[in-house]
Design a protein around this ligand. Structure first.
Ligand code: ARG
Length: 604
């Protein structure tokens, strides 16, 4: 499946080559002046410079060669040497027809050689409440997973569940201390091999309550902190009672998280946790030792990852300033003997290498962890766990409240995904009622629609911003049926669905596409541009380029629908053509939304 941009680039390249000019400069882009042309090539300008020729003359000679191309309605030279191309109606009709017939990819090209890709996203933690960073990671990661898979790669989405760090030791100690409030918890504190109770001594509510308490106490009470550190190390080295209790924490947390993610249309192929890398630890330590990478540093074991000369100023506790390596060394084993966040990440790279053998791993994690990934990736390249450049950290900005700080709920607490979804659903319901949408539908269908509108609002608001920028949470704007919003796009999709249903009821059949009206041209050109929108979103790992395209389809369709009657078209052939064009627009819009992780209702 080749889009017009590519087809025309090839034609222009051939004409350049015939003029003895480097064809690589010929690339065609959508026109800056859609009133004058559909596409343009600026290649003559740079090429003429290299040849010391007059750019307008060169452009004119190239244009002359293209004049007889049946796919082009006109070829004109403009300004200092731009070549303006207008596509012939027939060629545009043929391309639109091809898009309409492409049930799988709605006109988008797929990759020539599929890769094995792992996307590490979501990254929720046992017991620790999710924050906006986790929400964004889930939304962006899910979209990237779908985009990569759509283009043909073999993709594994992994939640990389945070189940192995210090917070586990905190919870174990907190549970032990609360023995009398948590029936059954005491049993897990016993040394020895058990057996230990099958029933969880904690509920989700217990975990939600215990974690902040324990984290708070660890800050103030060094003895408590030390006990938690020791418990972490003992858990990791296999103390049976701690492992048994830990398993309950993991199960209870994961059940709740799976429910919340399902409500957000996010799902993972793997729910591997940091703990799953534990069995590889010995092997990894041996590799690091054998290669001489693991060195002792003040009782801890570290890997130096900065190259000679890579330093930054660092202030020591005594106030003096030194040049310290940057990035700092990766801490592999703490002085207590525990595996750290970076340790499990490095071991996970080994695990994935052995289990999956990925060509590419994308980490969709808060920009604030950039240095952590720099350390881990460098260590992985040094020890040979991944080919240089195959690990990518895709950072993102934060979702902020009106105060410009990371979004919090009204009570000032960190965000709970469930509460956020409920809040958005309440607003969506209100909006639907205001617009008198869905008021004739059964209440369970209305509820399902409100939920879809809410998720579309949250996700589109997030994904319409470049991944790397921060944005402000504004539910009123996100849920509006007007403007660049998820609900607007759903509404447009539903409108096309209802048009197509009506056509079917009236026995109006779709027919071959014949582009004639300017609004039809515009819609067909928009549909043609889907392929490069998907490819760009994929290459740059930037879903907003696809969000942008979804919005363009909706706008183009709106204009087309206002200018070109469909059911009341002047004749049957025109009606058939417009129905096919409408169906193609719908499929592409729904596909684009699906790639953003957004589901479209049948009606509203
Ligand atoms: N659990 C981590 C956190 O809450 C995020 C995990 C990201 N993924 C990774 N491979 N480190 O910060």
């Amino acid at each position: 499946m080749t889009d017009l941009k590519t087809t025309l680039s090839e034609a222009v390249a051939a004409a350049f080559a015939a003029e003895g000019v480097d064809a690589a400069r010929a690339a065609v882009t959508p026109s800056d002046r859609p009133d004058l042309a559909d596409f343009q090539s600026n290649g003559a300008l740079a090429a003429a410079k290299a040849l010391k020729a007059n750019p307008r003359d060169l452009a004119a000679r190239v244009a002359e060669r293209l004049k007889d191309d049946a796919r082009l309605l006109s070829v004109e030279v403009a300004g200092p040497g731009f070549i303006n191309l207008k596509v012939a109606d027939d060629a545009l009709s043929a391309r639109a027809q091809e898009i309409a017939a492409d049930a799988d990819h709605a006109g988008a090209a797929i990759v020539a050689s599929p890769r094995q890709v792992v996307i590490d996203y979501g990254g929720p933690n046992v017991a620790k409440p999710m924050h906006v960073g986790h929400l964004r990671s889930a939304i962006i990661g899910e979209s990237l997973k779908r985009i990569f898979r759509f283009r043909g790669d073999k993709v594994t989405g992994d939640a990389h569940f945070g189940d192995w760090g210090f917070q586990m030791g905190l919870l174990i100690v907190a549970c032990g201390d609360e023995g009398q409030n948590l029936p059954g918890a005491d049993a897990f504190m016993a040394e020895g091999d058990g057996p230990f109770p099958e029933d969880s001594p904690v509920t989700l509510a217990d975990l939600d309550r215990l974690y902040p308490l324990a984290a708070g106490r660890a800050k103030e009470d060094p003895a408590f902190r030390d006990r938690a550190r020791r418990a972490t190390a003992e858990l990791q080295s296999g103390r049976a009672g701690y492992r048994a209790l830990w398993r309950h924490f993991v199960i209870v947390s994961r059940e709740a998280l799976e429910r919340e993610y399902a409500a957000l249309s996010v799902d993972f192929d793997l729910w591997n946790g940091e703990s799953d890398a534990h069995p590889l630890m010995d092997q990894m330590i041996a590799h690091l030792r054998d290669t001489g990478l693991l060195v002792e540093d003040d009782g801890a074991q570290v890997v130096h990852v900065a190259k000679p000369g890579e330093t930054r100023k660092k202030k020591l506790p005594d106030g003096s300033v030194i040049e310290a390596p940057s990035p700092p060394p990766l801490l592999v084993i703490s002085s207590e003997g525990s595996a750290m966040y970076g340790t499990t990440d490095l071991a996970t790279i080994l695990d994935r290498k052995q289990a999956i053998g990925p060509d590419l791993v994308l980490y969709v994690v808060d920009e604030r962890q950039a240095e952590h990934f720099q350390q881990v990736f460098r260590a992985a390249y040094l020890v040979g766990y991944a080919p240089e450049g195959s690990l990518e950290h895709l950072g993102f900005g934060t979702m902020n409240g009106a105060d410009g700080k990371p979004f919090k709920t009204r009570a000032g607490g960190v965000l709970k995904l469930r509460d956020l979804i409920d809040m958005a659903t309440d607003k969506a319901r209100e909006r639907l009622q205001e617009a008198r949408l869905g008021d004739d539908l059964p209440s369970d269908e209305f509820e399902a629609i409100a939920h879809k509108v809410a998720i579309a609002a949250l996700k589109f608001a997030d994904l319409s911003n470049a991944r790397t920028t921060s944005y402000v949470f504004d539910l009123d704007r996100f849920t509006s049926f007007e403007g660049k919003t998820g609900p607007y796009l759903l509404y447009q999709a539903v409108r096309i669905k209802s048009l197509l249903r009506k056509a079917e009821d009236q026995g109006a059949a779709p027919g071959p596409i014949m582009i004639a009206d300017p609004a039809e041209r515009d819609l067909a050109l928009t549909l043609d541009a889907f392929s490069s929108a998907v490819a760009d979103a994929y290459d740059k790992r930037m879903p907003h380029l696809l969000a942008e395209h979804a919005y363009r389809i909706a706008q183009s369709f709106s204009k087309f629908y206002a200018a070109c009657p469909v059911l009341a078209a002047p004749d049957e052939a025109t009606r058939g053509s417009r129905l096919t064009l409408s169906a193609a627009a719908l499929r592409q819009l729904e596909t684009a939304l699906d790639l953003l992780g957004i589901e479209t209702p049948e009606r509203m």
